[in-house]
Design a protein around this ligand. Structure first.
Ligand SMILES: Cc1cc2nc3c(=O)[nH]c(=O)nc-3n(C[C@H](O)[C@H](O)[C@H](O)COP(=O)(O)OP(=O)(O)OC[C@H]3O[C@@H](n4cnc5c(N)ncnc54)[C@H](O)[C@@H]3O)c2cc1C
Ligand code: SF4
Length: 208
């Protein structure tokens, strides 16, 4: 049944008096119950207004429909078809000025918490699916990518999936670009970025 509440499910967060004494992530992520409740706010619109605001054209209503059914892995597969960094984007994408700005539920009340649902789905996948991504068959071509920020990592992932042998050249000691040296731990934990880098390595990408 649709959830016609005008408010988004709030994001569970560390208490201010606890978070002012540590550097851990402030937002804690939806529980399964909150994700199911939030997903039921989506109207599965025919014209998919939300997708107009997504730079990588994530199939938003489709992934939310899978969340509403409780098939979180199917939701993850839909997101990862077009987004290389779901756990990162679910945390630091400016959803309020992108997908959520176009959501029709936002005309009267809060838009659907698309970013919070994306984060939930990515975290659920990372917690439950421990096998490394498969290494695609090589197409015999080698490609160099300069820089391992989100642009380089996305490029490397897309090319690796097509069978290219990719080497990412990074000037700094850690892969991730601004994701690791600019965005603070309390907003984007380094382990989340490292997990995405490890996934690329499992697909055969070399970070040099
Ligand atoms: C403090 C801060 C907070 C931010 N917060 C957010 C946020 O919350 N949400 C959001 O959407 N965006 C945020 N941004 C913006 C976001 O981080 C950038 O848009 C994004 O990182 C750009 O990605 P990129 O891959 O193009 O470049 P970068 O992340 O800058 O990565 C480029 C990489 O290339 C490497 N490199 C460069 N030249 C060479 C070379 N010649 N050889 C080898 N390696 C090289 C660099 O060392 C670096 O690792 C923030 C930016 C900053 C600075
Ligand atoms: S615009 Fe909002 S309500 Fe409509 S499909 Fe997208 S997320 Fe769901």
């Amino acid at each position: 049944m649709a959830n016609m509440s005008l408010q988004k499910n709030p994001m569970p967060s560390q208490d201010p008096n606890v978070r002012n004494k540590n550097f851990e992530e402030v937002a804690l992520g939806y529980t399964e119950a909150q994700a199911l409740d939030e997903a039921a706010r989506c109207l599965n619109c025919k014209n998919r207004a939300c997708m107009q605001g997504c730079p990588v054209m994530v199939h938003i209503p489709e992934f939310i429909a899978e969340v509403a059914k409780g098939d979180f892995e199917a939701a993850y597969q839909i997101i990862s078809n077009t987004s290389a960094l779901p756990a990162v984007c679910g945390r630091v994408c400016p959803q309020e000025t992108q997908c959520e700005m176009y959501c029709v539920r936002g005309k009267k009340g809060d838009p659907v918490g698309i970013g919070r649902l994306e984060r939930f789905v990515a975290d659920w996948h990372n917690a439950h699916c421990t096998e490394a991504p498969e290494k695609p068959a090589s197409n015999g071509h080698r490609v160099a990518v300069v820089g391992s920020g989100p642009a380089g990592l996305t490029c490397a992932g897309d090319l690796a999936r097509k069978g290219y042998e990719v080497t990412v050249f990074e000037a700094l000691h850690l892969a991730g670009g601004v994701l690791v040296y600019g965005i603070p731990e309390f907003r984007l934990p380094k382990a989340i970025v490292q997990k995405e880098v490890d996934g690329l390595k499992a697909m055969g990408v070399t970070i040099a």
